[in-house]
Design a protein around this ligand. Structure first.
Ligand code: NAD
Ligand code: MG
Length: 393
């Protein structure tokens, strides 16, 4: 094991917020590695500023430019998907902040190596949560959630709580949702919403994929599944409420009627500082919330305008590899929407069609990596075929 933290997805929104928190600390936390997909210039800039031992670029085509930019800096360069897995398994702790299924193998490698794994990248947990928690149990890996809702719940559970155990005395979990940019739009306007409108989140500044997921509310569906695995709670005991101000980040409802909430500004540096500092409290750079005049409202989700949340609930109720299929179809549909090849309203239609086709098959369990990867692949092909049909219609 090598000392320090590996940040997977360092050039992204969560990765940069993590580096911002680290740079505020009086003593530097050693960095094992910073990784990125293909932007060698952005990765090199971060490496020169934060001095990790390794710079890893997933796309091998970016390696020459990265080597060039880092020559003489004393930072070793690696490339390719296997290098991501290697640095994840070597580091003492790992911040998992790649977007989508691409984070599955490196995050799983860190878990199998028994590391402390700080999890932002929710899609691998959606795809293979049961496998992740079983591997963590076997290796002694510690999972620390930083998705703001899951970090809020984690903070409201008793000190010493470890993910994967059903928490004592807890009746249910309440995930709050901002409702995204289309909370008050009517269904017909939402159908043709543009990518620019969908990524303009009212409260959070995030990567494009999760911003679209917030606009469809698939993000909350993925988070119900994420919470189901992290906190070993039945999905029926995980409620979603719309809270447009995004200041109550989620709640734990105890058996005695107590509701414990974590509050704060909508700034990812708060959950990140909590996870990075554990068990100490460290500075995050975020403003503290001003309660005077603060407006706290809670509303039910409109399931007619946000069918993706229903689809996610159906997938976790089906279990097996249905959540992996849901996730893959969503990734393909969101990418097509961002690329201008699919209408906003068609995202849910594509996912529903793929899940319907899957319902006619005997699905494998999600406890074997190969089965998860095979169903991920199958669902991506199904989604692509479905989209061709929609565009021609
Ligand atoms: P982003 O798009 O801003 O950044 C993604 C990062 O992953 C980049 O560093 C990119 O280079 C890397 N990456 C992308 N594809 C890759 C590939 N194929 N191989 C290797 N690396 C790849 O995304 P983000 O908004 O920072 O979100 C990251 C993850 O955290 C997502 O799973 C998201 O759901 C979750 N999350 C994000 C936020 C947020 O505020 N942004 C909040 C909660 C959870
Ligand atoms: Mg969240």
């Amino acid at each position: 094991m090598s000392e320090g933290l590996a940040i997977l997805g360092a050039t992204g929104s969560v990765g940069r917020s993590t580096l911002d928190v680290l740079a505020r600390q009086p003593s530097a936390m050693p960095l094992h590695a910073l990784t990125a997909h293909s932007n060698a210039a952005a990765l090199a800039d971060l490496c020169l500023a934060h001095r990790p031992r390794f710079a890893v670029i997933a796309d091998p085509a970016g390696e020459p430019a990265l080597r060039d930019a880092l020559s003489g800096a004393g930072i070793a360069v690696r490339s390719g998907a296997a290098a991501l897995v290697e640095v994840a398994a070597e580091a003492e702790s790992v911040l998992s902040a790649i977007v989508g299924a691409a984070g599955l193998l490196p995050t799983l490698a860190a878990v199998q190596a028994g590391r402390r794994v700080i999890v932002a990248n929710k899609e691998p947990l959606v795809m293979a949560g049961e496998l992740f928690l079983a591997e963590a149990q076997a290796s002694g890996a510690e999972l620390i959630p930083v998705d703001s809702e899951h970090n809020a719940i984690f903070q409201c559970l008793p000190a010493g709580y470890r993910c994967g155990q059903r928490p004592d005395g807890v009746k249910k979990l309440i995930l709050t949702a901002s409702g995204g940019p289309f909370r008050e739009w009517d269904l017909s306007a939402m159908r043709d919403a543009t990518p620019a409108q969908a990524v303009a989140h009212p409260n959070w500044d995030m990567g494009a994929k999760i911003s679209v997921d917030s606009a469809t509310m698939m993000n909350k569906g993925l988070e119900v599944i994420e919470a189901h695995w992290l906190f070993a709670m039945p999905h029926e005991a995980i409620e979603v409420v719309v809270h447009p101000q995004s200041t109550v980040h989620s709640l734990v409802v105890y058996r005695d009627g107590s509701l414990l909430a974590q509050m704060g500004a909508p700034d990812m540096r708060i959950p990140l500082a909590h996870a990075l500092g554990l068990p100490e409290r460290i500075a995050s750079g975020a403003d503290s919330l001003d309660l005077i005049g603060a407006d706290l409202r809670f509303e039910a989700v409109d399931m007619t305008r946000f069918p993706c949340l229903r689809l996610a609930r159906e997938a976790i109720a089906t279990g097996l590899t249905a959540p992996a299929i849901l996730n893959a179809a969503n990734e393909v549909a969101v990418e097509a929407f961002l690329g201008g090849r699919l209408a906003f309203g068609q995202i849910a239609e594509v996912i529903a069609a793929v899940l319907e086709t899957a319902a006619g098959r005997a699905l494998p369990a999600a406890t074997e990596l190969q089965a998860v990867l095979a169903m991920d692949d199958w669902a991506r092909q199904q989604a692509t075929t479905t989209m061709k049909g929609l565009v021609q219609a």
